[in-house]
Each structure stands twice: as structure tokens, then as C-alpha cells.
Design a protein around this ligand. Structure first.
Ligand code: SF4
Ligand code: SF4
Length: 330
């Protein structure tokens, strides 16, 4: 008997694993993105993110990541937890980085789902990715019908907002031919249905420009694209060396990342809260003051940030960012 997929059962399983939305799309090559992506790379906007220039073919063809890839399943795990109001003057860390590092947590949960597929449907070759390989994560989520790319460059999921980590399962199973039950309509369901046809969500930003108007560094182009070299997240995390002088005084408090263009978005007025306790903000990170940062030694840095995304910049990186905020103009 032909194996079949009960999509409701799968998404229930995904929900239990901490993913508030899931969907899938055929693992076609993304050749239509190639000219724009290469043009963007050539413009130099990738800055020091050399990994974006490498493996372009891999990024555009899931079949190069999994032989015989047929389906890309996109999963969205909310990381939002309510926070106390930020005290102006205290160092500020992006929401996603206040808890434990998400990479392993979500990869493990993605593997649970891949195991479920293997058990319930049949042998499936597959790999799980979460911000860990050349995969166009937002584009796959958009193609699967999960949401649209807002003017702030984030994937926005209706009724859920944009505070998500994305995870993908790329598999050689053709899920579209295995569906055994009718697909629920996205309007009546909290979890959108797979984007198997032209059923993709058009952008719902309308005339809103809040994110563009609020970005302190003018990084957003207005069409969903951005210049990362101007973005506080890039400058405080990816950029090596001194932060360029032209940005001095443009922002306050952010020492790792920036949430402004998401915090102002009306689609985030009732954000979906994380269901993964390991992603909850660590209490120590909520109480950091300027005094904590001043002269922070390695032991204190590790005590606060070991196992969190902040470890990426290391102590010297976060201290550089803090010093940049507090430096007198030249
Ligand atoms: S994260 Fe901050 S700096 Fe970057 S685009 Fe958004 S508002 Fe601008
Ligand atoms: S703030 Fe407005 S323009 Fe920006 S992503 Fe949200 S809805 Fe779109």
C-alpha cells in the first residue's frame, strides 16, 4: 500500500516540538533568485559575511544538499518571551540572544520530526538545518506559504508576527503526493497550509513604513531588502574591527543585535510566545548594566554568555560595541 502523510498529525507533532507554524514546498532549484542574489553580492552589501558568497550553487539548489531532494519543510519556532521594560542606558541584547543558543536546540527538535516521518511514512533521506548551512530560509518559508517578507526583511506570519527561528527539513520524500487528508484552509487554522500551488501569501505591509522610519541607520531599502553593512545587527555581530565612525551616535544601548524594526511592526503587537523553555531569557542577561560591562573579565563573560548566541562576538566584540556607544565623538 502506498505510504501517506496525515498533515494534521505532522503539524500537531511539530507544534509539540515547539514549532508554531509549518509548511512545505517542492525542492525546486531557486534559479529565479540567482541574478538578484549575485547582483546583491556584487554590490558588496554582504560586507564581511564571506559565507554568503561561497556555495552560491548549494544555496540555490537543495538537491546539492540532499541527493534527490523533493521537499523542503519549513518550520517556525517562536523565540518571543515578554521582557521587563528596558532601562535606558543599560546595555541591550537582541531578544533572540537572551536564551540558550538555538542552533542545537532546534536541530534536535527538527530531527525528532524527521524520525517521526521515517516511522510514520516510510524511509526518508533528509537533513535538518537551522541557520547552519547555505539555505535560503526565509525564501523557503515564503514559498511554502508560511508568510511574506516584510519591508523589514523578516518573514511575517499572519497572526503570529516575526519573532521566529526558522528550521528546514530537506527530504527526498515528495510530500505533496503523499498527503492523505484535505489541507485545512489557512484562514481557519492557526497553522498555515502547505504552499503547494500559487496559494502564496501576498505582502501585507500595505502603506506602513514604521520599520523603515524607525531604523536608526537607514539600512532598510523599503522593498524587503537591506544593506547589512548599515544594520546594527551586522555592525555589532558580524563586523570585525572598529565600527565605522559614520555610525557614532546613531543608536543607544544595543551591544548585540537590534530589534527595533521588529518591535515597531504592527504584526508583532500580539507576538506568539515561545514554547521552548530553553530559549527563555537567562535572568542574568536581563540585569546587565553598564557596570557589568566595564572591565568585564573573561570569567564573567563566560558566566553570563557561555551557551548563548552572544558568545559569537566573544568578550572583545561585546566590549568593543559597548565602548563604541560610550566613546566621545572625535
Ligand atoms: S535590525 Fe535595527 S539597524 Fe538593522 S534594519 Fe532593523 S532597525 Fe535597522
Ligand atoms: S513595520 Fe510595517 S512596513 Fe515594516 S514589516 Fe511591519 S508591517 Fe511591514
Amino acid at each position: 500500500m502506498k505510504p501517506s502523510l496525515n498533515w494534521d498529525s505532522f503539524r500537531q507533532k511539530a507544534f509539540e516540538s515547539g514549532f508554531s507554524a509549518c509548511s512545505f514546498a517542492p525542492a525546486d532549484q531557486l534559479d529565479d533568485l540567482r541574478p538578484t542574489f549575485l547582483e546583491w553580492i556584487d554590490s558588496g552589501k554582504a560586507g564581511e559575511m564571506g559565507y554568503l558568497e561561497r556555495n552560491v550553487d548549494l544555496r540555490l539548489d537543495p538537491g546539492k544538499l540532499i541527493e534527490g531532494a523533493k521537499t523542503v519543510i519549513s518550520l517556525a519556532a517562536p523565540y518571543y518571551y515578554p521582557l521587563d521594560e528596558h532601562v535606558a542606558g543599560n546595555p541591550r541584547i537582541s531578544r533572540y540572544a537572551l536564551g540558550n543558543d538555538y542552533h542545537e536546540i532546534l536541530r534536535a527538535r527538527g530531527h525528532e520530526l524527521l524520525d517521526w516521518i521515517n516511522k510514520e511514512i516510510g524511509p526518508a533521506k533528509g537533513r535538518v538545518f537551522t541557520d547552519s548551512a547555505p539555505v535560503f530560509e526565509r525564501e523557503w518559508a515564503r514559498r511554502s506559504g508560511l508568510g511574506w517578507i516584510g519591508k523589514n526583511g523578516c518573514l511575517i506570519i499572519p497572526k503570529q508576527g516575526s519573532y521566529f527561528f526558522l528550521t528546514e527539513i530537506i527530504t527526498d520524500l515528495d510530500l505533496s503526493t503523499l498527503l492523505s487528508s484535505g489541507l485545512p484552509s489557512s484562514s481557519s487554522s492557526r497553522l498555515p497550509s502547505p504552499g503547494l500551488s500559487s496559494d502564496l501569501l501576498p505582502p501585507h505591509c500595505g502603506t506602513c513604513t514604521r520599520c523603515i522610519d524607525s531604523c536608526p541607520t537607514g539600512a532598510l531599502a523599503g522593498d524587503g531588502s537591506m544593506d547589512p553593512r548599515k544594520c546594527i545587527s551586522y555592525l555589532t555581530i558580524e563586523h570585525k574591527g572598529d565600527i565605522p565612525e559614520e555610525f557614532h551616535g546613531k543608536w543607544s544601548d544595543w551591544v548585540f543585535g537590534c530589534d527595533i524594526c521588529q518591535d515597531v511592526c504592527p504584526w508583532n503587537s500580539k507576538p506568539f510566545q515561545s514554547m521552548i523553555p530553553e530559549l527563555a531569557p537567562r535572568s542574568g542577561l536581563m540585569e546587565i548594566t553598564g557596570r557589568t560591562m566595564e572591565g568585564m573579565d573573561e570569567a564573567t563573560f563566560m558566566q553570563l554568555f557561555d551557551g548563548t548566541p552572544v558568545k559569537r562576538t566573544g568578550r572583545t566584540g561585546i566590549l568593543r560595541n559597548f565602548a563604541f556607544l560610550n566613546r566621545k565623538s572625535e
